[in-house]
Design a binder for this molecule. Sequence first.
Ligand code: VGL
Ligand code: ZN
Length: 258
Amino acid sequence: VFDGNQDGYVDFQEFAFCWKHWIKPIVRPVSALIIVDVQNDFITGSLSISKCPAQQNGQDVLKPTNKMLETIPFEVVFYSLDWHPENHVSFIENVGQRKLHPSSQKKAEEAVTYDTVVFEGPPLNEQKLWPKHCVQNSWGAELHPAMKILENGILVHKGIHPDIDSYSAFWDNNKMSKTALGSLMQKKKITDLYVCGLAYDVCVGATARDSLEHGYRTILVDDASRGISVDDILHTRDILTEKNGLVVHSSQVKDMVE
Ligand code: VGL
Ligand code: ZN
């Protein structure tokens, strides 16, 4: 005799069937895509991720990203831009311009790229130091020329304040100020956010983490993202899936959105 599903209450295939034919037509998810920081400096410029430990190529995100843009009917597509002033706190070139807190392990004279220092507050600001990148209105801050820009795409600028960095496209690293992204998503009644771009283990991960924190169904598109450190990429995946985010391949997205 049949004794029911021993493996768990809900059979996944049965749930997938219900989702497609019953739940989804009622709930009507509204999907957005955010393409994070696909800018010249991260691909061939001063912070080229091809020169970082994972030795990935930022250019590789272009093909799967453009394909999604051409084939998938997202309600809205956001393009985030790392958009720093010349005197930005994250630039190693500027480390001598601000006061370090006594708790900073690294002193200004000895700090090198990728070190973390602590700047005097308030608020106390732990900051990783990067080479100068994505300066407002410079070539390095432009979106890569091969990336498809939708006519009704929305640009989201971040990291615009001299004294605080912003990895997430929602808010700065101290959660003091928000970008326009959250309110735009509310206005457009977005329920599901697909996230891809650069860098996987920095701004893509932070944006996906904050999306989950806002309560959006959050899906990181793995093959449309490239990162800096292999360990940190794996860690980003673990953190997101632990918080009930999804990590998928771009070929899976069309069926999920439609
Ligand atoms: C990023 C480092 C510094 C990124 C931005 O977009 O991932 N990384 N600023
Ligand atoms: Zn930056």
